[in-house]
Design a protein around this ligand. Structure first.
Ligand SMILES: NC(=O)c1ccc[n+]([C@@H]2O[C@H](COP(=O)([O-])OP(=O)(O)OC[C@H]3O[C@@H](n4cnc5c(N)ncnc54)[C@H](O)[C@@H]3O)[C@@H](O)[C@H]2O)c1
Length: 333
């Protein structure tokens, strides 16, 4: 199977490297508008075909699949053209910049019988896979909350706000771990530049059950934090992605409440037990992701980060954007 990659900026080189070493596929071509990026690529991969012209890719019948690693606003057009040319498509996160566009791509991929997948890289980390196993096995209990902080002195993106840039990772993890569909969102944010694109944003997702999720995203923090707290009624998980080896800690912590009938008071009983640190193999998530895409094409399997996962994330982001523009008003999903 021959793969072509569009976009050799910051993220593209990671995709070229992982697909080049993946089984059952070879990277045939890389396209980027910027000649200097292709010159850079040629130093490492002299045999790869490079081009600044997208037609070279779309007209090449030997290319079976296209990987899109360009800015978000270009995803829809590029993916649509690739599907129309009967090519399987992998799009970098977030899938598109609207639900309408995501739905057009999904319908087209079904009509063309081609794989359409999104790179939600974190779903392929051994840490997230381990959390999924523990949650599904009931070890954490009934999930009560998900609280994520993803902040640093980040690169201001010219086309999307900080939620579209940073939250897809955490949103895809949330949707993967929690099968219940979100009910509504409320979000606030601020732009400290004159382009109106928010560089700090806070998002809350409400559910019909008693579960709640919250996200804090910023490009303007002096410290880098990549942390998720996942609370269940049996145990609580702390996922710290900046920890080199001990990314996940399971706290045997909980609380029980009873109501004192006479005084009508809530009495809370706390439990603080052991902390368990599972051993997690540190394999690069992108190689698992590449293998999942190839398997979806060659073995007809459903990828973990499938188009539904892409659409679900875009749906939340679009609703959050609406809420931000309406000063935090609740938007039903
Ligand atoms: N999965 C992850 O963890 C992860 C991490 C970083 C970025 N990303 C995603 O990867 C995508 C690219 O991000 P980036 O940071 O690499 O951006 P970038 O701006 O560094 O690179 C994009 C490259 O695409 C090229 N390009 C743009 N439009 C093109 C077109 N129409 N045809 C050909 N080339 C074109 C540009 O010249 C540039 O070299 C985004 O969707 C981003 O969200 C994902």
């Amino acid at each position: 199977m021959n793969i072509a990659i569009i976009g050799y900026g910051y993220w593209g080189p990671n995709l070229v490297r992982n697909f080049s070493t993946a089984s059952n596929c070879s990277v045939l071509m890389v396209v980027d508008f910027r000649l200097e990026r292709l010159t850079e690529l040629k130093k490492q991969y002299p045999s790869l075909i490079t081009s600044t012209n997208l037609d070279d890719l779309f007209n090449n019948r030997a290319i079976d699949a296209v990987v899109i690693a360009t800015p978000v606003f270009t995803h829809f057009d590029l993916a649509k053209r690739a599907l129309e040319r009967d090519k399987h498509v992998l799009i970098e996160k977030p899938m598109t910049n609207s639900v309408e566009q995501a739905n057009v791509l999904i319908d087209l991929s079904i009509k063309k019988n081609k794989v359409l997948m999104v790179d939600h890289t974190f779903l392929y980390t051994n840490g997230v896979q381990r959390m999924k196993k523990m949650i599904d096995a009931g070890e954490i209990g009934k999930l009560k909350y998900f609280d994520s902080t993803r902040i640093n002195l980040g690169l201001f993106q010219p086309d999307v706000n900080v939620l579209w840039d940073l939250a897809p990772h955490d949103l895809s993890i949330l949707n993967y771990l929690k099968s219940e569909k979100p009910f509504s969102v409320q979000a606030t944010g601020i732009s400290h530049t004159n382009n109106g694109i928010e560089n700090i944003a806070f998002l809350t997702i409400n559910y019909q059950s008693d579960f709640i999720a919250h996200f804090n995203c910023s490009w303007t923090s002096p410290v880098k934090i990549r942390m998720m707290l996942i609370g269940g009624d049996k145990k609580m998980i702390v996922f710290n992605d900046l920890e080199p080896s001990e990314k996940i800690k399971i706290y045997d912590t909980g609380y029980q409440h009873t109501t004192d009938e006479d005084k009508n008071k809530i009495l809370v009983d706390y439990r603080s037990g052991d902390i368990f640190i599972p051993k997690i193999e540190n394999k690069e998530a992108l190689s698992n992701m590449a293998a999942d895409f190839i398997s979806a094409i060659t073995n007809n399997t459903t990828p973990i980060s499938n188009f539904q996962s892409g659409l679900d994330v875009v749906r939340i982001l679009e609703a959050a954007q609406k809420s931000i523009k309406n000063k935090g008003k609740e938007v039903i999903i």
